[in-house]
Design a protein around this ligand. Structure first.
Ligand code: ATP
Length: 273
């Protein structure tokens, strides 16, 4: 369980009156409508919502890979996407399937954002990548391996090392434990928890996994009806009457996690699963 930061901690992400639209054969599809969301330093904010509610698109907008039709996204006081390669120094992103380059070794993958900046000599870049490899719990013996030689859990760790190579204060996680067996998922949550503490990170995470959600979130924001319909501690969110929330948390698969949650005063599930 991670403690929430103070309510007046500095704002890291500010989303105001955001509209996201796409053209489809049926006409204009509105994904976000007047969406507001503020994320403060030290939070682990989890985005939850049904399929197609725009969770991944929102992460991509925070990263600056996509831009809203209307409204404003501000990250650490600046518009995302205006920083080019230097953006990686502010925001790290762990993509859902790792997004490692298969032609590159583990170490080359981790070093890539630093290499693209062309500011440091090769030797320093290599040393920095080795430090990050160790930081995510892997040894130098993994450095020259190809991504195809790695397990799912190791791919996530290498992708996390790459996301952290420039020590960004903000980390975005898209389904960090999807596809991992329960033991690897537990290990990855432990790693994220300790990195959050040691590095003082702010984290925005999309997850469908209730264990990961309750294990790591300091706050949950629910996307439905094109907006954030509620955000707060798990027990506050679960009390909301929206049908998606009733089904998601109180339907079959949510029951077990909810029972564990029930016994904890802060509304967090215990760290053990
Ligand atoms: N580049 C695009 N062009 C057209 N439509 C898009 C584009 N990107 C996303 N969409 C649409 O926007 C909606 C939101 O997509 P997004 O991937 O953010 O959903 P999500 O909430 O992450 O869903 P899931 O939980 O299934 O991953 C979907 O209907 C998707 O088809």
């Amino acid at each position: 369980m991670i403690d929430a930061p103070a309510a007046d901690a500095p704002r890291v992400v500010e989303i105001l009156k955001l509209w996201t639209t796409f053209q489809s054969p049926e006409g204009e599809q509105v994904v976000h409508r007047d969406l507001d969301l503020t994320i403060r330093r030290g939070e682990v904010l989890s985005l939850v919502g049904g399929s197609g509610t725009g969770k991944t698109v929102l992460l991509r907008q925070i990263l600056g890979l996509e831009h809203p039709a209307r409204g404003q996204v501000t990250v650490l006081g600046q518009r995302p996407g205006q920083l080019g390669a230097k953006g990686a120094a502010k925001v790290g992103m762990l993509f859902q399937h790792g997004a490692l380059f298969s032609a590159f070794s583990v170490l080359e993958n981790i070093a890539l954002p630093l290499r693209e900046l062309k500011l440091l000599p090769d030797e320093l870049i290599r040393d920095a990548a080795l430090v990050k490899l160790q930081m995510v719990g892997l040894g130098p013996q993994q450095a020259n391996k190809s991504p195809s030689d790695l397990s799912g859990g190791m791919i996530k760790r290498v992708a996390l090392a790459r996301a952290l190579i420039m020590d960004p204060p903000l980390l975005l996680l898209d389904e960090p434990t999807a596809g991992l067996d329960p033991e690897s998922a537990d290990g990855f949550c432990d790693l994220l928890r300790s990195l959050h503490r040691e590095l003082g990170l702010t984290v925005v995470m999309v997850t469908h996994d209730l264990d990961t959600l309750f294990d790591l979130s300091t706050r949950i924001a629910v996307l439905a009806d094109q907006q954030v319909i509620v955000s707060g501690l798990p027990r506050e969110v679960i009390a909301h009457p929206h049908p998606f929330i009733r089904e998601y948390f109180l339907g079959g698969r949510g029951q077990r996690a909810m029972e564990a949650l029930h016994d904890t005063p802060a509304g967090h599930a215990p760290a053990e699963r």
